[in-house]
Design a protein around this ligand. Sequence first.
Ligand SMILES: *Cc1c(COP(=O)(O)O)cnc(C)c1O
Length: 381
Amino acid sequence: MKKIQMVDLQSQYAKIKDVVDPSIQEILESAAFINGPKVHQFQKNLEDYLGVKHVIPCANGTDALQIAMMGLGLQPGDEVITADFTFAATVEVIALLQLTPVLVDVDPVTFNIDVEAIKKAITPKTKAIVPVHLFGLPAEMDEIMALAKEHNLYVIEDNAQGIGSSYAHKDGTKSKTGTIGHVASTSFFPSKNLGCYGDGGAIFTNDDDLAHTIRGIVNHGMYKRYHHDVVGVNSRLDSIQAAVLDAKLPHLDSYNKARRAAAKKYNEAFANHPKIATPTGLEAHDADDSHVFHQYTLNLKDVDRDALVAHLQANNIPCGVYYPIPLHNQKAYQDERYNEADFKVTNQLVQSVISLPMHTELDEEQIEFITTTVLNFINQN
Ligand SMILES: *Cc1c(COP(=O)(O)O)cnc(C)c1O
């Protein structure tokens, strides 16, 4: 059996090497390392793929979030609501811009931001909501957009884990995640569903004025060469990364399909187990392109998770705990206004979730070995 990895980028690369290598070579020979034609080509191709008017490439997904917030003109003291159960980047940039992060609980089944909790957290100072399509499952965008409209708030989608997924609106239509809110961010970190071979990110929006503002912000606040109209940043996607991404973009749908196929096999093996809640998003009524399984995460009940992790490690099966600490309990983001009773779900999930290997190259033998090893442990303990 091939060695099991949490993410197997080597095997994936081997299959696209004949396209990626010449594309990188071309950049080396052209020496157009920054702002070269490849960056523009990838931007256009991603706009077409997503069905969004503007993609603005930048240096990473954290910058993308920060720049989106800068572009919206959020001001120190403005409150921004986001999920307690997510990667820290989301709350980090809110704090960095001296906005006030307001963390709220998530749903125990979807792991996504709880709409009722958002409602309760809205105050006259609230200016924006940042839903995260956590682990690749779209957040409840119709409800969130309706709430935002009612209270005149911006919605910034953190689509770092959800690229390629589609949200099914209540009216039966579909939109790609990252094209529904006022603006969205994504990350091309190597292990993301569309990853480059270094750092990369992008901002998406359908708003022409906001796109223009953001294009200046990513480039030192310049709208005309050497005229700095606003305080900006330096955040670029380099041409080599754009070449990698442009070679991988045509495979994104098949990559996500492979992830869903692996998730389906996992779900079948763990079905109806009293101690294992499998991820939602694969039931018959779910669209076949909604959950893109950036992570495959189980929620365990009455299982010694640390012992299971050790058992998997002893069997050379990597696994992860995303995320082990609620953001509201992180030293950097503590706030005396928080009340533990408002974070029941996150406080529980950090103790009971475990993420199994998930990538585009998992084969049946590996999945069988992983599920058998997990079940053996849980059934004997
Ligand atoms: C990865 C990730 C980011 C940050 O992306 P980087 O490219 O690593 O800066 C932000 N939010 C979420 C939810 C992520 O998973």
